[in-house]
Write a protein that binds this ligand. Structure first.
Ligand code: ROI
Length: 163
C-alpha cells in the first residue's frame, strides 16, 4: 500500500439516465477502499466527441485521495463500470459509465493497461473545465498549465447542469 496520493477521475455517461449513473458513481467512488472522495465538480452536459450519432454525455471530474496503487485503483474503476452494465459495443460509442483515471499524483504511467496522464485529457473541454472548477492550479505532468490549456480549448456546447 502506498502513501495517500491525490488523483483525478473523469466520469462520463450517455445512456440510460446518465445523470443518475454519474451521481451514483460519485457515491460509489466515495466508498472505495483506502480512498477518500475529496471533491467533485458540477455535472456538465456535452456533445459527443467522436461519432455524432449518439446521445449527449453527462461529464464530471472527481478528486480522490487514495492509498491504492494505480493498478488497484484501475481495477476498482473497471469493477464500477462493469457494475453499471457497461458494454463496449463500438470504439468511441455510447456507454453507461466511463471512469477515466486522469491523474495519479504527478506520476507518469505508460503501460499496456494504463496511461496517465490520460492521453486525451489536455484537449477535451469536458475534462478541462470540470477539472478547473475543482483544481484550477492542478499540474498535468508534461503539459502546459491548466490556464493555458483552457485558453486553447473552447467551451463549445459544454453546459454546467443545475442538479
Ligand atoms: N464525448 C463526450 N462529450 N464526453 C465523454 O465522456 C466522451 N467519452 C468518450 C467519447 C466517445 C470519446 N466521447 C465523449 O469515450
Amino acid at each position: 500500500m502506498t502513501e495517500s496520493v491525490l488523483c483525478y477521475i473523469g466520469l462520463g455517461s450517455n445512456l440510460d439516465q446518465p445523470v443518475q449513473h454519474v451521481q451514483c458513481a460519485l457515491e460509489e467512488l466515495a466508498l472505495l477502499p483506502n480512498t477518500v472522495l475529496l471533491q467533485h465538480s458540477s455535472l456538465y452536459s456535452s456533445t459527443p466527441v467522436g461519432p455524432q450519432d449518439q446521445p449527449d454525455f453527462i461529464n464530471a471530474v472527481a478528486a480522490l485521495s487514495t492509498r491504492l496503487s494505480p493498478d488497484a485503483l484501475l481495477d476498482e474503476l473497471q469493477a464500477l463500470e462493469q457494475a453499471h452494465q457497461r458494454v463496449r459495443e463500438r470504439h468511441w460509442g455510447p456507454r453507461t459509465l466511463d471512469l477515466d483515471l486522469l491523474l495519479y499524483g504527478n506520476e507518469v504511467i505508460d503501460t499496456d493497461r494504463l496511461k496517465v496522464p490520460h492521453p486525451y485529457m489536455t484537449e477535451r473541454n469536458f475534462v478541462l473545465y470540470p477539472l478547473a472548477e475543482i483544481a484550477p492550479m492542478c499540474e498535468i505532468p508534461g503539459a502546459d498549465t491548466l490556464t493555458t490549456l483552457l485558453s486553447g480549448c473552447t467551451l463549445g456546447s459544454l453546459t454546467k447542469l443545475q442538479v
